[in-house]
Design a protein around this ligand. Structure first.
Ligand code: SF4
Length: 445
């Protein structure tokens, strides 16, 4: 259990020396209990106290990493129940199943379909990140063989799903070097599964039908020396599962209840793609760290991945596109040049309106830390020097032979200074970029 501020205070040197930046040891103890301070900030804490305080200082939810190299994924490490309180740290991983009943061309086709579930949205890549090999056959040999085939055919992170310790051991022998997530240990297989997980340095899924049973099981597995545990709550209706996951999240983060201080995995078992979307979306919202589905329908995966992207962006950081010169159509040395900011919504609105004009163009995207045109201008993140520097940095002069720059109508006020800074003729575009097609047709055709 987490220590209270007063319990922590009793373990501190009580000299009020202020080296930690807090006015008193009590203030530091309170900050530590609320996870607003780190134990290392007190240089005088004793080794004995350090050991006792380590639990209080540890994050409420453990970070788990599995997969290797490019396919490594991270879950957990969450500190808040609601995104607006700070931010979420680890986006939900979407995984897709591969049954070990599949063989030959069917197996290859399934792996290929899963690999293809990658999309681009507002300039960012989103996609399935894990493949879950499921021991539907009940055969140890088939499970290990399928795991090996998935390892060879896909770069995605691996999850191994069976209730048999023998099957897990056989599969780990084939794919253990990829650090798969091993699932699953139940009350009667906990020791055997924990032994394999510990020896292979792989994280282990604990599975139970109630929160109480799950916390008992995670304590049992931790007692076997496995630190990286993922929890799965099964056997309940979607409604009960949502309540169960929410309760577990509150207990782990607000009450710092260590047996539940691990990320979760959920398996969507609905029979068709449409109902799998609904179930997965509910699990992504609250609070599954990995959601495994059966469907490989792109139309079903896209809303899941979009939901993950929207929920897990940092609310304090606007979504940005890369500052550079973007080409619309096939522009040449006579094509118009305009600039906008690197706030994604601004850029993609401008891009679609320039496309609608059917005039091939260059759009210079200036780094304004992801803010829109007016916000950037009023915060001095967009001025004549920043635009002039970006024009030089991205080699605009070499792309066109004219010297005309179209600027957003909202910052017409900077046109004079921009002309002085660049020696380019500045043309003030429309305030609303929905007017860009008409404007470009009129001034550039
Ligand atoms: Fe107390 Fe340690 Fe902070 Fe000094 S540095 S005030 S001893 S908690």
């Amino acid at each position: 259990m987490a220590l209270t501020g007063l319990e922590i205070f009793k373990l501190l040197p009580k000299t009020n020396c202020k080296k930690c930046g807090k006015p008193t040891c009590l203030a530091f103890a309170m900050a530590l209990a609320q996870k607003r301070a780190k134990l290392e900030e007190c240089p005088d804490v004793s080794e004995e106290a350090k050991e006792k305080l380590a639990a209080a200082a540890a994050p409420p939810m453990r970070k788990i990493v599995f997969g290797k190299d490019d396919n490594q994924v991270q879950i957990g490490q969450e500190t808040v129940c609601f995104r607006h309180e700070e931010k979420f740290h680890s986006p939900t991983i979407i995984g897709v199943t591969v049954s070990d009943k599949l063989t030959g061309a069917d197996l290859s086709e399934r792996i290929k379909s899963i690999n293809a579930l990658q999309f681009e949205r507002i300039g960012m890549k989103i996609g399935v990140q894990a493949v879950a090999v499921v021991n539907d056959s009940g055969s140890t040999e088939a499970f290990a063989k399928t795991a090996a085939a998935v390892k060879d055919g896909s770069d995605l992170a691996l999850i191994l799903i069976t209730q048999s310790p023998d099957a897990i051991a056989a599969a780990v022998a084939k794919v253990g070097d990829r650090i798969p997530l091993l699932g699953y240990a139940e009350a009667d297989t906990a020791e055997a599964m924990a032994k394999i997980a510990k020896e292979s340095h792989c994280p282990l899924v604990a599975k139970a039908e109630s929160i109480d049973a799950l916390s008992d099981l995670s304590e049992k597995i931790a007692g076997c020396g496995v630190e990286d545990i993922v929890l799965t709550l099964v056997g309940s209706s979607p409604r009960d599962r949502l309540y169960g996951l929410s309760r577990m999240r509150v207990l782990s983060l607000k009450k710092v209840f260590r047996p539940l201080g691990y990320p979760t995995i959920s398996f969507v078992t609905e029979p068709d793609a449409d109902t799998q979307v609904a179930s997965a979306l509910s699990l992504i919202c609250k609070y599954s760290d990995i959601v495994v589905v059966d469907t490989v329908e792109p139309y079903a995966l896209l809303p899941m991945l979009t939901a993950v992207m929207n929920i897990y962006t940092d609310p304090q950081k606007p979504v940005q596109v890369e500052p550079k010169v973007y080409t619309i159509g096939e522009p040449d040395e006579n094509s118009p040049v305009m600039f906008t900011t690197n706030f994604s919504l601004t850029y993609y609105t401008v891009e679609s309106d320039v496309e609608a004009s059917r005039i091939p163009s260059y759009i210079l995207v200036v780094d304004t830390e992801g803010t829109s045109v007016l916000t950037a201008y009023s915060g001095d993140k967009l001025n004549e020097k920043i635009v002039a520097d970006a024009m030089v940095k991205y080699g605009i002069e070499k792309l066109v032979k004219h010297r005309k720059l179209i600027i957003p109508g909202y910052v017409a006020v900077m046109s004079g200074k921009l002309e002085e800074a660049t020696n380019w003729e500045v043309m003030v575009g429309p305030r609303e970029c929905s007017m860009l097609p008409k404007y470009l047709q009129e001034v550039w055709n």
